[in-house]
Design a protein around this ligand. Structure first.
Ligand code: MOS
Length: 734
């Protein structure tokens, strides 16, 4: 940074409303499936009724004969379509129509195309199949699962972090606890349904699809269709929630493209809520075994974390292991080990805070159990074991204000009033429980590019092939350009969500604001250098006509690449080819993480055991906050989602059939407004110039980490019952 280090308070950006807020609330914002195309045909999916077996025969005649049906694509109709590549850009390696084998419930068996969505759906419902079923394996503990050690063999899991002699330290520890924890399968269910719209023009394919990565998606679709990526354009104008589910592509998109090519007209497929449960990724179920050992006065000496993550037979998707949990506290010794457990399920994928949410639930619950074993306040236990150094690598944290978050949070929440004895606090018929837990998220940054154009009338155009997934990235990118060039926010427009723009990383891992704003900043710095050259003292926009005249230009345009330390030399090239290079907070020169402290009040009815959550409070330190309003929205949503995951959400898998039972929003429980009490978000001002030029840590995935454990800990405080498997339902407390 050439600028002087800002003071913490100045490091919180203005709470500007989203620049696209008006478009969104008036319905003017066109999402991918809203784009009007002439002569559009509509497709519906046919999916399997079994989770494992062979399709002996599929009966398509009734669908073909249905009025308005244009085409049916099934086995034998896919020509030389290539199988998806399991990686960042496809969540599965399974080509559903490449073989008659069914590998998971609700697997695609056919695509029916018709003049209207209604006709396509009705015709699809008339397809039937004869199977040779096999007994499927659904879940942990089912007969027939296979287990493999994950570290070093799968993406996202290079290592099982370990340090020192855990066994010896644990044996020698004065106070020890040991417990098992579990988190369930969960399904993202963004409000905007999944969809693909494919249109061909002269051998060139345009796909309109809500995706968190237009470049990654383009590369994968081009691969499956055997095309040059430059002949494919992907447009993702707005994304109505993704949370990871729209990160990688799914096999549907290539099938819809194939149908559009066969018919020589555009085809749109909007996936039903129910089919979204089985044709898209989801959060894998996890199991944990934790041991903690401490001295009598509460100093941690030993932490071990054994974990099991459920995945498909086809692909070794890993939730991501203990990379973060192993770096949380001054443990002394650490031993971790992660196994993948393979079952007859579709491949899972990222879902908001993929490893941090389940792993921190286990760790932060275990710490609460240790606090009770020590007879120590749980906030005090965490502060006592705070660390300035990553216990695994010994690297210092570039900044870490966990302690400050706890102190501020405890004050604001009224933690002092908590009587630590379980079941001791009561209000009328309701047992009152107060709990806390730590939030954390690694500061991931990715290689990103951007173009900034300063026009003669003072208007600034920012271009980046990033995606607006609802976080407000357009707004914060505009704020960065406005601030750098000294123009009003109203004079900045931002183009995103198009693979025709300069490439940007996948909108995942909470990297976008840090990465894209850093690229925008660099492009603006280039423009400012040229303005200074023309006589602008501070490089900002003033007397533009004069400056442009001196420079002899009508417009100033600069392209910039942001490459974080730790990224390989070919990372920009890879980005153009659709591969995001993300450097995580544990891979940098210093350890880089955002932190938070969360406090929860639960009320549990003394007789019915109904669980209410009147208060959620989180204090977060996440570097520079580009926009306190959009940041607050992210953190607020995170806290509420954390509560949802703790008390409501679970995708129920029938152990006999390995089929999803609750595949709609009536049966897949999520909180309604009446379930959400006071939610308070406090942002602790923090300056960290080491993380990236923008000074941003990223917080999209920070808010929901820790909430699960804070609630479980509050439930224990209220009742004395420790629930170690999510979600916590009233029947667990009877
Ligand atoms: Mo997120 S789960 O990195 O979209």
């Amino acid at each position: 940074m050439n600028a002087a280090t800002p003071r913490p308070r100045e490091n919180q950006g203005k709470p500007h409303a989203r620049i696209d807020a008006r478009l969104k609330v008036t319905g003017e914002a066109r999402y991918a499936a809203d784009i009007a195309l002439s002569n559009l045909a509509h497709a519906a999916l046919v999916t399997s009724d079994i989770a494992r077996g062979e399709v002996k025969s599929i009966f398509l005649e009734k669908a073909r004969a249905y009025p308005g049906v244009l085409d049916v694509i099934s086995y034998g109709d896919i020509g030389d379509l290539r199988k998806p590549r399991f990686s960042n850009s496809s969540y599965t390696s399974l080509g559903p129509l490449h073989q008659h084998t069914i590998c998971h419930d609700g697997q695609i068996m056919a695509l029916v195309v018709a003049e209207t969505p209604e006709a396509a759906e009705e015709a699809a419902s008339r397809v039937s199949a004869e199977y040779l079923p096999q007994a499927p394996t659904a879940d942990f503990g089912s007969a027939g699962t296979t287990e493999m050690d994950a570290a070093g063999k799968v993406a996202l899991l290079d290592e099982d972090p370990c340090v020192g002699d855990f066994s010896k330290a644990f044996e020698g520890a004065a106070v020890r606890i040991e417990a098992d924890y579990a988190t369930p399968t969960q399904t993202h269910n963004p409000i905007e349904l999944f969809s693909t719209t494919a249109a061909w023009n002269d051998g060139q394919l345009t796909i309109y699809e809500p995706t968190q990565s237009v470049y990654g998606f383009r590369a994968e679709i081009a691969h499956q269709l055997g095309m040059d990526a430059t002949d494919v354009r992907v447009i993702s104008p707005y994304v109505g929630g993704g949370f990871g589910s729209k990160g990688p592509s799914t096999p549907r998109s290539a099938l819809v493209s194939l149908a559009a090519r066969r018919l020589n007209r555009p085809v749109r497929c909007i996936v039903s809520r129910s089919q979204g449960f089985t044709t898209q990724p989801y959060r894998a179920a996890t199991r944990h075994h934790i041991k903690l050992g401490a001295t009598r006065d509460g100093r941690l000496r030993a932490y071990s974390h054994d974990a099991w993550e459920l995945t498909s037979r086809n692909d070794n998707y890993a939730v991501g292991g203990t990379d973060t949990t192993a770096r949380m506290y001054a443990y002394g010794t650490v031993a971790t080990r992660v196994r993948l457990v393979k079952a007859d399920r579709q491949t899972p994928a990222y879902m908001r805070s993929p490893p941090e949410l389940p792993y921190m639930f286990a760790l932060e619950s275990a710490l609460d159990e240790l606090a009770y074993a020590l007879n120590m306040d749980p906030v005090k236990l965490r502060l006592l074991n705070d660390t300035r150094k990553d216990p695994i690598s010994g690297k210092r944290f570039s900044s870490r204000h966990l302690k400050e978050c706890y102190l501020k949070g405890a004050r604001a929440f009224g933690w002092k009033r908590r009587d630590p004895r379980p079941g001791s606090m009561r209000k009328g018929d309701w047992l009152v429980g107060l709990g806390c837990a730590t939030a954390v998220y690694p500061t991931n940054v990715a290689v990103a590019t951007a173009r900034v154009r300063l026009e003669a009338n003072g208007h600034v155009r920012v271009q980046s092939g990033s995606q607006e997934i609802g976080t407000g990235i357009r707004t914060v990118a505009a704020q960065m350009a406005a601030e750098q060039l000294g123009v009003d926010l109203a004079d900045v427009s931002v183009e995103m969500g198009d693979s025709g723009l300069p490439p940007a990383p996948v909108s995942g891992g909470s990297n976008s604001t840090a990465s894209v704003c850093s690229a925008v900043l660099k492009a603006c710095e280039k423009i400012r250098a040229r303005l200074r050259h023309a006589g602008s003292a501070d490089g900002k926009v003033k007397h533009l006509a004069q400056l442009f005249e001196k420079l002899g230009v009508g417009v100033l345009e600069e392209y910039a690449e942001f490459i974080p330390d730790g990224a390989p030399a070919d990372a920009v090239q890879k980005l153009y080819a659709g591969q995001t290079t993300m450097v995580s907070g544990s891979e940098r020169k210093q350890a880089m993480f955002a932190f938070g402290a969360e406090f929860v009040e639960v009320r549990i009815h003394a007789r019915t055991r109904e669980i209410r959550v009147p208060r959620l409070l989180g204090v977060f330190a996440a570097g520079r906050i580009m926009n306190t309003r959009t940041a607050r929205s992210q953190l607020l949503g995170g806290l509420i989602w954390g509560m949802s995951a703790a008390l409501h959400e679970a995708t129920e898998i029938d152990p006999r059939s390995a089929r999803t039972v609750n595949r709609d929003l009536q049966d897949y429980l999520i909180p309604v407004n009446a379930d959400v009490g006071d939610v308070e978000v406090l942002m602790l001002p923090e300056v960290d110039t080491a993380v990236n030029p923008a000074g941003v840590k990223g917080l999209g995935e920070l808010g929901n980490v820790g909430t699960n454990a804070a609630i479980a800990n509050a439930v224990f405080h209220a009742t004395g019952t420790r629930v170690r498997a999510l979600p916590i339902r009233l029947e667990d407390l009877l």
